[in-house]
Design a protein around this ligand. Structure first.
Ligand code: PFF
Ligand code: NA
Length: 435
């Protein structure tokens, strides 16, 4: 059977943007920015995206396009059998990430449904506190997973490409509309202040912690380290500039993250809700509660949480596809069977995370970051020291004049600078875990 490919270049870019834009942008990034120095954090974060995130993303894309395989097959094909273990790390990271991600996806699905019915409008705090873990959370996680399965089952071009071509522009338009509307509300100014006021002193005093947080967020938000971008790039069948595509993906992803904060904080402040110290989850509950006091509260709630849901779904699809691609390529089974098998696996692991707050926190706060960092570290060492100069050839294939000139600097960044940086964040992350 011939391997699946994207129909158009735009289709690939939108699918990759769909993977990148997700809960990381909307749930995590605005809160991280607001509590880590505002505009000072944003500046450092953009630097990390440019110097670490984009080169790392391009490293994954080079491996995927060169091999046209899933992660396990890709490393085996390009480096020889023992290197398949690197693909194993990618599969492991994928399982870890989607196991908690789909639980949050289930929460968002429930927020959306409850906005439509107005179920939480009387007592939001109590309503949401009662649904975060347990059988109900497992059930909504399963529904979210089912939507993911349906898209992946339909195939790379007729499922993923088609769905994300509709979803990603929808996210941009609806979020843009919400941001403009929030700006018109009285009292919204305090939101911008809280979100982006420049706190250089904070950054100075906590520089290394903030740097590690920014690095973790940069990898997560660009979907690197788990082989999702590697897999998506493996479905490219024409030669075009990976550097240009990677740049577009990073710019849109960062823009949508910033935009999310421009929706959330002005809304919170205009509704008189304090963002508090409770983290992103509490922030969403506060927001949901505030919606109840608005005119057209149901519409606002459904649109807001519906956008978050689309973003979460298009990211979940890309993680799910890593495992499906592995089964289809390496074990020669049909997409239908692979999808069912992977769905069964996540039904189990996600339900466990939905039933156990401890497991959820372990996966989401600790193991996911470590696995993504370790994964990317391995991928880039492979690009630099196993693929070697062939990586520069692949990078330059289809690239324009300017992009071709970045080939060599990119290569040294990926081979030397990034491994050192990632090893540093990995060690400090491990240090944090071990006490
Ligand atoms: N980039 C996604 C987000 O920001 O929500 C999360 C993600 C997707 C992480 C795919 C890793 C991945 F492979
Ligand atoms: Na993202």
């Amino acid at each position: 059977m011939t391997r699946a490919t994207w129909r158009t270049r735009l289709g690939f870019v939108l699918a990759a943007v769909g993977s990148a834009v997700g809960l990381g942008n909307i749930w995590r990034f605005p809160w991280l920015t607001a509590t880590n120095g505002g505009a000072a954090f944003l500046l450092l974060y953009v630097l990390v995206i440019v110097l670490v995130g984009v080169p790392g993303l391009l490293g994954e894309m080079v491996i995927g396009r060169r091999s046209r395989r899933n992660p396990v097959g890709a490393f085996g094909e390009l480096g020889g059998r023992p290197w398949r273990v690197l693909g194993g790390v990618a599969l492991f990271a994928s399982v870890v990430v989607l196991s908690f991600y789909s639980v949050v996806g289930g929460w968002i699905l429930r927020y959306t449904a409850a906005s439509a019915t107005g179920a939480y409008f009387g007592a939001p705090q109590q309503y949401f506190a009662a649904i975060d873990f347990g059988v109900g959370a497992a059930a909504f996680h399963a529904l979210f997973l089912l939507a993911t399965v349906a898209v992946v089952y339909a195939g790379v071009d007729r499922g993923i490409e088609l769905a994300t071509t509709v979803m990603v522009p929808g996210i941009v338009v609806l979020f843009g509309g919400l941001a403009v509307w929030a700006w018109t509300l009285p009292g919204s100014a305090g939101g911008y202040e809280f979100y982006l006021s420049l706190d250089v002193a904070y950054l100075r005093a906590n520089f290394f912690d903030v740097l590690v947080a920014a690095a973790g967020q940069a990898l997560f938000t660009l979907s690197v380290g788990a082989g999702a971008m590697l897999t998506y790039a493996s479905y490219i069948d024409e030669d075009r500039s990976l550097a240009a595509d990677g740049t577009i993906i990073a710019v849109l992803n960062t823009g949508i993250g910033v935009l999310a904060g421009l929706v959330i904080f002005p809304l919170l402040f205009s509704l008189g809700v304090s963002p508090g110290e409770g983290g992103p989850g509490a922030l969403f509950v506060g927001l949901a509660g505030a919606f109840a006091d608005l005119p057209y509260s149901r519409v606002v709630g459904v649109v807001f949480f519906g956008v978050v849901l689309l973003a979460a779904l298009s990211s979940a699809i890309s993680i799910f596809e890593v495992l499906v691609a592995y089964l289809v390529d390496e074990h020669d089974i049909t997409r239908a069977r692979a999808t069912a098998g992977v769905g069964g696996l996540f039904l189990l692991t996600g339900s466990l995370a939905a039933l156990s707050p401890g497991l959820f926190a372990l996966l989401a706060d600790t193991i996911a970051n470590l696995a993504l960092t370790a994964g990317l570290l391995g991928f880039l060492l492979f690009v630099g020291w196993v693929l070697g100069p062939a990586a520069i050839d692949e990078y330059r294939t289809g690239a324009g004049t300017v992009a071709r000139m970045t080939g060599r600097p990119w290569y040294y960044t990926v081979a030397v600078v990034l491994p050192l940086f990632l090893a540093f964040t990995l060690v400090s992350g491990l240090g944090g875990v071990l006490g």
